[in-house]
Design a protein around this ligand. Structure first.
Ligand code: AMP
Length: 361
C-alpha cells in the first residue's frame, strides 16, 4: 500500500509552504540525509534558502503541482490553508502526510470545533454565525464577553473581535469583515498550554510535555517548558492531545492549543497538523526535536524519543527584536535561531532564542 511506504534517507521530501517551519523542517531533514523541495508562492522564502530545490508558484497551479509531485517521494506541508483540489491532485500521485482530513478539519474553526465536540473533547461554548442577526441571537445565548472569529484563515489573532458588554452585534460583525464567523464564549483562563504529538505510519504516538504559552498582542511571545501544571491537569492535556491525534489519523505532528481554566478544566482552542511555534524549545531541549520528529513520521521512520533532557524557555524575536541578535549571540547560554527573513516588519516572526535550565521533576 503506497500510503504506508517508508522513504529511506536519500529520499526527497516535498513541503508546501516556505516559512520558518519549512526551513527548520528542511534543516532537520538534511541532518537525516534527505533532500527537500519547497513549494511556495514566495520568492527567496526562508525554507527555500536551505533546501535542495524550490518551486515558486501559486498553491492552485495544477501544472506546477504535478511537476512538484513527480519530483518528490512524499509531500507534507508547513501550513494548513492548502485548497482541497491541490491536495487531491498531489495525493493521486504521491503520499501526502498527514492526509486531507487533518487539513480539512483544521482549516475551518467551525468544522474543527464540531469535530472536537464529536469526539468528546471539551472546547469553549461556540456558535456558527452567518450574519449580524445570527450573531445577536448567539450573543444572547452565550452571553458577554465573547470573541467573534473568522472561520477561515485566522492566525495570530487576525480576524478576531473581542465583544464586551457595550459593543453592538452589528459593529462586531462589521469589524470581523468576513461572511462566516464563529462566536466563542470568553474563557477566563489561568493559562494557555499546548501539547505536540507525533504519530507514525504504524499508529505509534510520542508526545512532548505540555508547555505554557504566553502571548503578546495575540502573537506567541514565550513558551515555558514544562508548563507549571498540577500533575492531573498535565495528564488531562496529554490525553486530550493524543485522542485528537489518533482520531485524525495524523501521520506527522499535531499541535493542540488548550486553555486551562481557573478550576483546572482543559479546553481545546485550536489544532494545527504540522510543527508549531510552541514546539521550538524541543530543538535544543529534547532528545528528538519536533522537526526531526516530523521528518521521521512523514518518512515512515520510527519516532524518536520526545524526552526532554532540560527545561527550557523559548522567546520569539518579533519584528525589530531581531536587531538584538548581536547581544544574544554574545550570551553563551542562548541558542539563537534566525529565519533568514530580510525585512523585520512589525509582528513578523524573525527568529527565536532558546534558553535551557537543568531539568526539573
Ligand atoms: P486563536 O487565534 O484562536 O489562537 O486566538 C488567539 C488568542 O486569543 C488565544 O491564544 C487566546 O489568548 C485568545 N483567545 C482566543 N479564543 C478565546 C476565548 N474563547 N476566550 C478567551 N481568550 C481567547
Amino acid at each position: 500500500m503506497s500510503g504506508a511506504r517508508i522513504i529511506p534517507p536519500g529520499g526527497r521530501i516535498g513541503i508546501l509552504g516556505g516559512g520558518q517551519l519549512g526551513r527548520m523542517a528542511a534543516l532537520a531533514a538534511g541532518a537525516l540525509g534527505y533532500r527537500c523541495h519547497i513549494f511556495t508562492p514566495e520568492p527567496d522564502s526562508p525554507a527555500a534558502q536551505v533546501s535542495a530545490a524550490a518551486t515558486v508558484a501559486a498553491y492552485d497551479d495544477a501544472d506546477a503541482l504535478a511537476a512538484f509531485a513527480a519530483s518528490v517521494d512524499v509531500v507534507t506541508f508547513e501550513f494548513e490553508n492548502i485548497p482541497y483540489e491541490s491536495v487531491a491532485l498531489l495525493a493521486a500521485r504521491v503520499p501526502v502526510r498527514p492526509g486531507w482530513n487533518a487539513l480539512r478539519v483544521s482549516q475551518d474553526r467551525l468544522v474543527e470545533k464540531d469535530f472536537l465536540r464529536g469526539i468528546g473533547v471539551p472546547t469553549a461554548d461556540y456558535a456558527g454565525v452567518a450574519g449580524p442577526q445570527e450573531l445577536a441571537a448567539a450573543l444572547d445565548r452565550l452571553g458577554r464577553p465573547a470573541i467573534l472569529k473568522t472561520v477561515r484563515m485566522g492566525y495570530d489573532g487576525k480576524g478576531q473581535v473581542a465583544i464586551d458588554s457595550a459593543m453592538p452585534a452589528a459593529e462586531a460583525w462589521r469589524r470581523m469583515d468576513a461572511e462566516r464567523g464563529i462566536l466563542e464564549g470568553f474563557v477566563d483562563f489561568a493559562c494557555e498550554v499546548s501539547v505536540i504529538v507525533a504519530r507514525g505510519i504504524d499508529g505509534a504516538m510520542a508526545a512532548y510535555v505540555p508547555v505554557e504559552n504566553r502571548h503578546r498582542l495575540h502573537i506567541l511571545d514565550e513558551t515555558i517548558a514544562p508548563a507549571r501544571l498540577a500533575p492531573q491537569v498535565a495528564a488531562a492535556a496529554d490525553a486530550i492531545a493524543r485522542r485528537v491525534t489518533a482520531a485524525l489519523e495524523i501521520v506527522g505532528l499535531l499541535a493542540v492549543e488548550m486553555f486551562v481554566t481557573r478550576d483546572g478544566r482543559v479546553l481545546v482552542n485550536e489544532i494545527a497538523p504540522r510543527p508549531h511555534n510552541s514546539g521550538h524549545w524541543t530543538m535544543d531541549a529534547c532528545i528528538t526535536g519536533q522537526f526531526e520528529q516530523f521528518v521521521r513520521a512523514v518518512c515512515g521512520l520510527p519516532l524518536g524519543s520526545p524526552e526532554r533532557h532540560s527545561d527550557a524557555v523559548m522567546r520569539n524575536l518579533i519584528g525589530d527584536e531581531v536587531h538584538g541578535w548581536a547581544d544574544i549571540v554574545r550570551d553563551p547560554e542562548a541558542k539563537l535561531h534566525l529565519y533568514g527573513k530580510a525585512e523585520a516588519r512589525p509582528g513578523r516572526k524573525m527568529g527565536h532564542v532558546n534558553r535551557l535550565r537543568p531539568r526539573s521533576g
